[in-house]
Design a protein. Sequence first.
Length: 300
Amino acid sequence: MRSEVARFFGFIMAVLTAVLPARAEVPMVVTDIAPVQSLVAIVMQGMGTPEMIVPPGGGPHGAALRPSQARALQGADLVVWMGPGLTPRLSKPIETLAGGAVQLELLGAPGTQLLGLREDGGHSHDSDGHYDPHAWLDPENGHLWLGLIADLLAAQDPPNAARYHANALAGQGELTLLQSELTTLLKPMKGRAYVTFHDAYQYFETRFGLSPVGAVSASDAGNPGPARVAQLRTRLAKAGKYCVFSAPQFDPGLLHAATGRDDLRIIPLDPMGAQLTAGPELYPLLLRNMAAGFAECVRD
């Protein structure tokens, strides 16, 4: 009798094992900057939360690891980062601490739309010298990366593959609608002259047809030289009416000095999400806020 009961429960357990999804540990994912963390968080919604090395408002070029971040890299199953073109100081820690993790370097991912550095208003990033690293500001890249992230997570966590892919598909749909919305919002900005502090917006400008007069600084790590200031002032004099944009981490006094005007209305832009809360909402909100900032120019 006892053996029959044992066989019966054995049969029930076999049926349940076949029907119920297997439990699996969600992969540990580490990211570099807030926009990348947000994209991964979109794919992982309801499953887990990715770690972030460079907090919103932190400088990507001088990222230094805290002990907790080093431990996160050591335990990582997947590292998703822009690559050494944006966060060069993370290359060695990722190599040494997360050597066993799968890596997704977004600037090197197949299909990523890359733009070359602009000779006038380029960057001093410690990169390979060929590509502008601010590629997350093109929503088409964000759309692509959601799918790549989902594929890697699904490969590491097959029982939850459908969830990752569904989340990515929903995120891609939101970005498609958002891109259409922003295209309409930014139509009046086409042909409008403006200057930025740092030349960080090329991907956004190219995607939505915006044309800057120039950037005050060729990098985000130094002040403009006299020759650059003189060239910028000449261009602005020809443009006549123009808008001025800055970012939270820059001193607006440098914009006044570079343009030779004290009466500037400076419109803030936040390409890194420095003033936003980390998570799945950050990336689409960052793009929406960027468009709203540019649109302020035509309301001036």
